[in-house]
Design a protein around this ligand. Structure first.
Ligand SMILES: Cc1ncc(COP(=O)(O)O)c(C=O)c1O
Length: 496
């Protein structure tokens, strides 16, 4: 009997407890994945017709555990070195479990999320505080428009909401009337290192993919080029996007300078900081200076599911002026006609799960001091990895980490720094990554990257590997073993 009320209470608890055990053991497993099959093989195994006859719940659970879970990627494995989203914070897992059962819907406060609405407000205010936005006194939070942020399902959703704000800011009433003058709706991004989400956002919100790419240097805007572009395209730009940790090297933009240049040329331009990764700088006081100036941006995306060990999915868009969210609010007397209904201020989302309680629990458990300690441990891991790469003559580091991302490449025998064979270096790096994925023992991330520091060949497009030091389970011996594996693969591939 599938309904809780129809099942024996103790049997239901035992079954669900069994899953908690399975879940904890899954996360504590060292392996990235237990079983690897080709996509078509997984398809043929799992894409089946719905049986006519019911299956008892324990058998369904067993099928999930035996057949599906072994092929899932374990991002909390200490061998999963390419990203840092472990989802392994115990307080966050507890919050997530509670939310699953409590089933609150933050579209509305009074009858759908009486208390959850206020833990969400608290967590948004904690995030604002971390990045340096001022909060009104709690007693002055009288409506959702006094909160200064919304939670979404990811950086993409938060960035899209930011682009809607930029559009309404430059052309008020577009929500009502539609886009009439898209020529004013360009956005400026750094060339080659941006995240696709802002361009997609423009396409989704009817502005067309009007991206103006500005050259970079050291994975930040070339500030002279930025100034020149804004002068030249005066009246056409609705937003300048600054990566507070770009997607690849996690380099933090020179936020103060980008702010000052943009405001001096056109104060109507919406300044948006994508701090999906950069939120980490706010954890430890010694990194906070990297965020200087962010408090003067109009909006900031943060992605706790990337940097705070909380399970997917939870992101937030924070706005300097809380009332600016009125620009993208929608209204219906169906269920949202009340002061604290988040449904009014969260574009694209109706029913809204209590995802933020995972972060609420994580932040409560750590406190400010715990967040600083967490970040310091990550920085030590990152420094250790950086040292191991630098000490290895077969490896070359491409970035100077602002946070925890280390981007590096294998250098084939005979590499000539004066006349590098970029094609060969890339071919071997891609082959190394393909083997890493195929074997599934370790995980590094790979992407294309302009050589913006000129460590191989200035402006060449490279395909390096990326390590991230966020996962608290990574030890020095994991790092040594992983690099020995990479260099071993590189050496073997050179012989082929
Ligand atoms: C800088 C940046 N912005 C936005 C995103 C999108 O975030 P999400 O995948 O949570 O939608 C990413 C994802 O990697 C990112 O690196």
């Amino acid at each position: 009997m599938p309904l809780l009320s129809e099942m024996d209470r103790n049997g239901a608890i035992a079954l669900l407890n069994q899953l908690v055990t399975v879940g904890v053991d899954f996360k504590l497993d060292d392996q990235v994945t237990r079983k690897r099959l080709a996509p078509a093989e997984i398809r043929d195994l799992l894409v089946t017709d719905l049986p006519v006859e019911p299956t008892c719940v324990p058998a369904v659970v067993q099928e999930l555990v035996d057949t599906v879970l072994p092929m899932c990627n374990n991002e909390a494995s200490p061998r999963f070195l390419g990203f840092g989203h472990t989802g392994a914070d115990v307080a966050a897992l507890a919050g997530g479990l509670l939310a699953l059962f409590a089933q609150q819907n933050l579209i509305n406060q009074s009858f759908a999320a009486p208390s959850a609405t206020f833990t969400e407000i608290a967590v948004i205010r904690w995030l604002r505080d971390l990045i340096g936005f001022t909060n009104p006194a709690a007693g002055d939070v009288k409506t959702v428009w006094d909160v200064g942020g919304v939670t979404t399902y990811g950086g993409t959703g938060s960035n899209t909401t930011a682009m809607m704000l930029a559009r309404e800011n430059i052309a008020p009433g577009t929500m009502r009337d539609g886009v009439t003058d898209a020529a004013r709706m360009h956005i400026v991004v750094p060339a080659g290192i941006g995240h696709y989400s802002v361009k997609s956002a423009l396409e989704w919100i009817g502005c067309g993919g009007r991206i103006i790419e500005v050259p970079t240097s050291g994975y930040r805007y070339d500030l002279t080029a930025l100034e020149h572009t804004l002068e030249e395209r005066r009246g056409e730009v609705m937003s300048v996007v600054a990566y507070t940790g770009d997607s690849r090297t996690h380099t933090v933009e020179n936020l103060r300078a980008v702010h000052d240049i943009t405001r001096a040329i056109d104060p109507r331009i919406w300044l948006h900081a994508d701090a999906c990764w950069g939120l980490m700088c706010a954890f430890a006081p010694e990194l906070a200076h990297k965020l200087a100036g962010i408090e003067d941006f109009d909006s900031v995306t943060v992605d706790p599911h990337k940097v705070m060990d909380i399970p997917y999915a939870m992101s937030a868009l924070l706005v300097r002026d809380p009332a600016s969210l009125r620009l993208v609010s929608s209204y219906s007397d169906l269920i949202m006609q009340e002061d604290f209904a988040f449904g009014q201020v969260t574009p694209f989302i109706g029913t809204k799960e209590w995802s933020s309680v995972k972060l609420w629990a994580m932040m409560r458990a750590h406190g400010r001091r715990g967040l600083a300690d967490l970040m310091r441990r990550r920085l030590i891991t990152t420094r250790t990895f950086t040292g191991l790469v630098d000490d290895n003559s077969r490896l070359l580091r491409l970035n100077d980490p602002d946070m925890t991302a280390v981007v590096f490449m294998y250098l084939p025998t005979g590499h000539d720094p004066i006349r590098p064979d970029v094609e060969r270096i890339n071919a071997i790096s891609k082959a190394i990554h393909a083997r890493i994925l195929e074997e599934g023992r370790w995980h590094f991330h790979q992407f294309s990257l302009p050589d913006d520091t000129g460590r191989i060949q200035r402006d060449a497009t490279l395909h390096p590997l990326r390590f991230m030091g966020n996962n608290g389970r990574i030890t020095e011996s994991h790092m040594r073993d992983a690099l020995a594996y990479v260099t071993g693969l590189g050496h073997a591939l050179e012989q082929q």
